[in-house]
Design a protein around this ligand. Structure first.
Ligand SMILES: *Cc1c(COP(=O)(O)O)cnc(C)c1O
Ligand SMILES: [Zn+2]
Length: 422
């Protein structure tokens, strides 16, 4: 092993090394996005045993850090004092199987890992617990992000818990009512911006550069470290047996990057002996990464994004380079699906009692598309990640309508009719 510290921040493009107290997201030398690197003392079976022991006792404690499905993997996330850590707790999300979803995708079996079960209803909490812990470690006076809604809800909750003022920039009229309500309720100063998400992100970066506000968008390397635990936790739930595929929706590409990094590290540190293939799924109206993939990533593309799946309505993804590395490292595939395909998949997920927000259903829609094209075989083991909760986007749930208001007598008559029809 090297004499470098067990955890460090490094620029993958030029190799510049910084210590973990940095507030930067981008390399001061070349501008590339920084990454956190680890040299865990334990590897292979010993590291698995450590994580398994923590998982076995997690449910029996009220200590947030000990219970958290993020800090369980702290050797591969960030080492911080328990008193500094800002944890709800988060993680420990279920993996469920539903025959109807598998049949819809065209598979013998399909597992759904539901990140909507996090405290604010999306996987963003896994990155935010680490970002706010880092904000505390470096003594940040304020934190800020641009968001399509879920990042801001999560930031608002974790910043309030940490006692750090927070600012969020959201695109005017483009954030679902549920997400906006959460963001305001948890206490962030919420600024609606005339522009789209990409404009909001530029603004957040400017605020960080000129005002010294700590930026916690997914360009922040510590958020990526937290989001990796979706994969670590999934692998652990599968008994450290890799599935063949892991599918996820892709917008700003932070999560795609996190998944690729998690799988590379899980393999390098001996947690698994085979790397699953990643399937990153974009909405057809916001699919620059899928377009570039089809052209072997010959160039970086940006588009003006349009889709009803607002969480992935992003035209100029910030984590481009590291997502390209994630796809390369996992022999991955990038697919795009139409809004109609997304909402059809969502209706199936909803009606088997699981439910998710629209963007989340892109993962299942993408799996179905790849099965139809023969890229995924029906007997392969596939996990689709559902990134957000059904209640996040109440307007996106129109697949089943309720009746107009009825009197109790009318309701009973209707019921009799429906039940008699069988
Ligand atoms: C943020 C988000 C995504 C997209 O993740 P990226 O890291 O931006 O690619 C997908 N689904 C939901 C519900 C999200 O909140
Ligand atoms: Zn650099």
């Amino acid at each position: 092993m090297s004499d470098l510290p067990a955890t460090r921040v490094r620029c993958p493009d030029c190799g510049t090394v910084l210590d973990t107290s940095t507030a930067e997201s981008a390399c001061p030398k070349c501008g590339g996005l920084l990454a956190v690197e680890h040299e865990p003392a334990l590897r292979g079976a010993a590291l698995r045993a450590l994580f398994d022991e923590r998982a076995a006792t997690a449910a029996l404690t009220t200590n947030a850090v000990a219970r958290s499905g993020v800090w369980r993997y702290r050797e591969l996330v960030l080492t911080a004092d328990d008193d500094t850590i800002v944890s709800h707790p988060e993680g420990n999300t279920p993996v469920v199987a539903r025959d109807a979803a598998a049949a819809y995708a065209g598979l013998d079996g399909l597992l759904l890992k539901h990140e909507g079960h996090n405290p604010t209803g999306s996987f963003k909490d896994r990155g935010m617990t680490v970002a706010l812990t880092q904000a505390r470690r470096i003594g940040a006076r304020a934190v800020a992000c641009a968001s399509t809604g879920n990042t801001s809800a999560s930031l608002s909750a974790y910043a309030s818990q940490a006692g750090i003022p927070s600012f969020v920039f959201v695109p005017e009229g483009r954030v679902s009512a549920g997400k906006l309500a959460q963001t305001v309720a948890y206490g962030a100063r919420t600024l609606q911006i005339k522009g789209d998400f990409d404009d909001c992100l530029r603004l957040a970066r400017d605020a960080s550069d000129t005002l010294g506000v700590y930026l916690v968008n997914s360009v922040n390397p510590f958020r990526i470290e937290g989001q990796k635990t979706i994969v670590f936790e999934l692998l652990q739930q599968l008994g450290w047996q890799s599935p063949d595929w892991i599918a996820l929706p892709a917008g700003n590409l932070g999560n795609t990057s996190a998944f690729g990094k998690a799988l590379s590290e899980a393999h390098a540190f001996g947690l698994i002996d085979r790397v699953p293939r990643l399937l990153a799924v974009q909405a057809a109206g916001a699919a620059p990464f899928a377009q570039a993939y089809a052209d072997h990533f010959a160039q970086r593309i940006s588009v003006r994004a349009e889709t009803r799946a607002t969480a992935i309505r992003i035209g100029d993804p910030a984590s481009w380079d590291r997502a390209v590395r994630a796809i390369a490292a996992t022999n991955g595939v990038v697919e795009s699906v139409t809004d109609d395909e997304i909402f059809a998949a969502k209706a199936v997920i909803d009606r088997c009692g699981v439910g998710c927000e629209p963007a989340s259903a892109a993962s299942v829609a993408g799996v179905r598309a790849l099965v139809a094209r023969g890229v995924i075989r029906r007997e392969e083991r596939v996990v689709a990640v559902l990134t957000g909760h059904l209640l996040k986007d109440p307007g996106g749930n129109a697949s089943h309508e309720s009746t107009p208001p009825l009197t109790p007598d009318e309701a009973l008559a209707l019921l009799r009719e429906v039940i008699d029809q069988g």
